[in-house]
Design a protein around this ligand. Structure first.
Ligand code: IMP
Ligand code: MG
Length: 182
């Protein structure tokens, strides 16, 4: 089975992603000069992006992971996010970056940011590789965004549909026929 055949259009090539991730790393390095970071990576989708991003950040940093997902119906903007795995790092008084693969309705970042703020970090900023800004329900913006993407379902470079396509080296728009057959 060839996975590329399910892609309607390549949105971001491997090279475009590599270049932008390098730039983001430089930008973050400059912004936090002289500081130490704790980078919190939202599993599963952000693992691929975050692995490349942290290697482009030239600062002392520690990493930790969270597993969370929003539940309830998809039009519900109330921010019901369930945490399946929480951080183990002590982030009190630390400069924290929260990393996800994509910001869509904004529910995940809003809810997780509120949870992390209860630990009293010195600062908390959000990083998303992709931003589907047309879909936002809460006006929230990520502090660092790799690419603005259209309101289409995208997969690859960690982004999945029903757990698949994370291994594509590029980001592409999934053919609608793929959802239809699920
Ligand atoms: P939000 O809470 O609505 O901002 O949704 C963010 C989460 O939805 C991300 O962590 C992704 O897991 C998922 N998501 C949203 N749009 C897409 C997409 O186009 N492809 C893959 N995952 C997506
Ligand atoms: Mg996710």
């Amino acid at each position: 089975m060839e996975i590329n055949k399910d892609i309607k259009q390549v949105l971001l090539t491997k090279e475009q992603i590599e270049e932008r991730v390098r730039e983001m790393g430089k930008e973050i390095t400059a912004a936090y000069e002289g500081k130490e970071l704790v980078v919190i990576i939202l599993l599963t989708g952000a693992a691929w992006f975050a692995a490349d991003l942290i290697r482009a950040i030239n600062l002392p940093l520690r990493t930790d992971f969270m597993v969370a997902s929003s539940y309830g119906n998809s039009t519900d903007s109330s921010g019901n996010v369930r945490v399946y795995l929480d951080i183990r790092e002590d982030i009190a008084g630390k400069d924290v970056l929260l990393v996800d693969d994509i910001i869509d309705r904004g529910i995940t970042f809003a809810a997780i940011s509120n949870m992390l703020k209860e630990h009293r970090p010195l600062s908390l900023k959000t990083v998303a590789l992709c931003d589907k800004c047309e879909r936002r329900v809460n006006g929230l913006d990520a502090d660092y965004v790799g690419f603005k993407v259209p309101d289409e379902f995208v997969v690859g470079y960690g982004l999945d549909f029903a757990g698949n396509y994370r291994n594509l080296p590029y980001i592409g728009i999934l053919k609608p026929v793929v959802y239809a057959r699920k």
